[in-house]
Design a protein around this ligand. Sequence first.
Ligand code: GLN
Length: 253
Amino acid sequence: MSENQRLRIAHLYPRLMNIYGDRGNIMALTRRARARGMDADVTELGAGDALAAGAFDLIFAGGAQDREQRRVADDLRTVKGDSLREAVEAGVVMLAVCGGYQLFGAHYTDATGAQLPGLGLFDIWTEHPGAGAARLVGNVVAELEPGDDGWEGGTLVGFENHGGRTMLGPGARPLARVRSGHGNNGRDGTEGVRYKNAFGTYLHGSLLPKNPRFADRLIALALARGGDVPDLAPLDDRLEQAAHDAALRLGGR
Ligand code: GLN
């Protein structure tokens, strides 16, 4: 099998960071790759496991509550940070959801006011207003920002549940604009962030099974390895599309 038919996926902290079915993102990626005859292998990396720079085409991290995030923040800083930075700068595809997303920004101030330093991969920061503050919860419908290469984007649907409010710095561009739901902070209409081929989002659900076009976009970018983004053979997505449409209706769209 040629190298461009092989997808090497790293799943970060599968036990510490996996809420609202975030693992389903890995299942969607591998199923969609294998349905096209590609080889997709998944390496689970927990706290303490080193991440070899250059060993992966796509890196995924799910969400977690504040307690688990503290352990993960320590590990990111002391074990995986440098190679993650190297990978993202080299154009490796990364998807980080909610608690994972927050830790790839400059910092996350948790509900107790303690500040967890983040990796600073994204020009964002996140602050939880405190234990009594309303959480941003519910179904989200957002419009993906088009890609520089003419990719149209389309809608992204999912479920959010976070206390932290994420602000985008001047160097950050959002992943999407919310049509319904709260997104990054409930105020500026942005949802998630994109830097190079790294994407952060608040959307659980799982996200990728019901957003097949976005899932394919990640696979295509990963296979491109910085070169031309390949067109992927279409799959029978009737079920996935029905799930997407149901989520659009739940979001009032
Ligand atoms: N602990 C974070 C917050 O509440 C992230 C929660 C999550 O990943 N769902 O903001």
